[in-house]
Design a protein around this ligand. Structure first.
Ligand SMILES: Cc1cc2nc3c(=O)[nH]c(=O)nc-3n(C[C@H](O)[C@H](O)[C@H](O)COP(=O)(O)OP(=O)(O)OC[C@H]3O[C@@H](n4cnc5c(N)ncnc54)[C@H](O)[C@@H]3O)c2cc1C
Length: 416
């Protein structure tokens, strides 16, 4: 194999893993990123415990990608959750499976992993160029990189992988501005929408002031026919947290369609309505409603106040139990891209072939969250980012080795 000069644009997990794979195959890799340092979103992901992947059976794992599952499945089969764990361990970071089946590095953080990873990339000869913004392609097909001075340089590479991320948390680097650039190029890009985001609920002032920041643990949330157990955190403007994120795609669709959505909160999912009715039918013996609910139904102060957010608390034991098991909350909107964990939308699947190469730009591959897929939290986002980074690298390696490159470049120049 002849080593070639290749570029990876975007130093998030998809781009870095792609660069590692390309350099491991002997190519000369330069990574570009618009930010002053790499992998800022990956580091942010490590703040709340870096959930690398999930240990559930693969068939179930793949269902979390919804409509994109058939397109992502071959890439995830080629780079499985266990491969991601082994890779992490090869960098000195042991992993473990949490009680929910989620996989984390033992340190829970991204920073030690990233430090070891960057050392490995440097040892492989990978160059990292920061503060370099991808600005598109010129009319001869050269890649344009813009430096902070605003100067644009046209660069030639034997192959390019774009791993520019989605559009959530833009201040961490992935601002989705590449979408306009590629759209101008004629590429179909599905509009970005927030995914795994908080939802808006009109709390009363008292509830907001008292409970913003308080977690409601071991609850279940239902949207339509889907119920998810987990945790939600009260925010100034509504709810966020794992259980909310798991339903976020459906909530977003309902809000787009109807302007509102109804969420049912089960504050005691481990008790049947009947058992709960038995508990709350005991005499109150002069206790206040709060004390009674705390003792009889083991509800936290936040859960008790949440019950009141749903209207008058029923006194009849059966109605009270039903309310505790299915408290309706009206969602008035969803939080925006600026604080969403991830985004839906991105490069349309019909624009890439089964090696993730852009059909209309041979030699240019796409990886990571910039492709049009979404998934709940649980490790599915990083797994798909790594797997597509790996697939794009393998695609580019094959492209460079089969001589496609020469044929394609001849074809492009013949049509110009
Ligand atoms: C708070 C938070 C917590 C999270 N926790 C988890 C978790 O525990 N588990 C999980 O699976 N996922 C988690 N995620 C999501 C996960 O971090 C992302 O899905 C993942 O980082 C996407 O990887 P990527 O490489 O595709 O894109 P990114 O990580 O977004 O990287 C894209 C890179 O491209 C660069 N870039 C963008 N545009 C340009 C341009 N024009 N020119 C040059 N460079 C450019 C950006 O600066 C960035 O460095 C979390 C996200 C957030 C915000």
């Amino acid at each position: 194999m002849k080593p070639e000069r290749v570029a990876v644009v975007g130093a998030g997990p998809a781009g870095l893993f792609c660069a590692e794979t390309l350099a491991g195959a002997g190519h000369h890799v330069t990574i570009f990123d618009r930010m002053p340092s790499p992998a800022r979103k990956f580091l942010m992901a490590g703040r709340g415990g870096l959930n690398l992947t999930h240990s559930e059976p693969l068939e179930r794992f793949l269902t979390h990608y919804g409509e994109a599952s058939p397109r992502l499945a071959p890439f995830i089969r080629a780079f499985m959750p266990d491969d991601l764990r082994s890779w992490c361990e090869s960098l000195g970071e042991e992993t473990f499976v949490g009680t929910s089946g989620r996989v984390f590095p033992k340190s829970m953080k991204a920073s030690p992993l990233l430090r070891a990873w960057l050392r490995r990339l440097a040892a492989l000869g990978v160059r990292l160029e920061t503060r370099q913004r991808f600005a598109g392609f010129d009319e001869t097909g050269l890649m344009l990189m813009e430096s902070p001075s605003g100067a644009c340089e046209a660069m030639s590479f034997a192959g390019i992988v774009l791993a520019l991320g989605g559009a959530s948390w833009p201040r961490l680097g992935s601002d989705g501005a590449w979408s306009d650039i590629l759209c101008r190029d004629g590429l179909a890009v599905a509009p970005f929408k927030p995914s795994n985001m908080g939802v808006k609920i009109d709390w009363t002032q008292t509830f907001r002031e008292r409970f913003a920041g308080t977690p409601l643990k071991r609850i279940a949330l239902t949207l339509g026919k889907r119920t998810v157990r987990g945790e939600a955190v009260v925010t100034e403007t509504g709810f966020e947290g794992g259980a909310v994120y798991a339903l976020s795609a459906g909530i977003r669709v309902a809000i787009e369609r109807d302007g509102k959505a109804e969420l049912l909160v089960d504050l005691r999912p481990d008790l049947s309505e009947e058992a709960l009715a038995g508990r709350v039918s005991k005499p109150r013996q002069g206790q206040s409603t709060s004390t009674f609910l705390r003792k009889a139904a083991s509800l936290s102060p936040a859960a008790i106040s949440l019950l009141r957010e749903g209207g008058d608390v029923p006194t009849d034991a059966r109605f009270l139990a039903r309310r505790i098991k299915a408290l309706p909350l009206r969602i008035t909107g969803v939080q925006g891209l600026d604080r969403a964990i991830s985004s839906a939308g991105g490069v349309a699947w019909e624009e890439v072939d089964d090696r993730l190469m852009l059909r209309r730009r041979p030699g240019v591959f796409v990886a990571g969250e910039m492709l049009d897929w979404e998934a709940p939290t649980g490790g599915y986002l990083l797994q798909a980012s790594f797997a597509t980074g790996y697939a794009a690298a393998q695609g580019l390696i094959a492209y460079l080795s089969t001589g496609d490159q020469a044929q394609v470049s001849e074809a492009i120049h013949a049509t110009r």
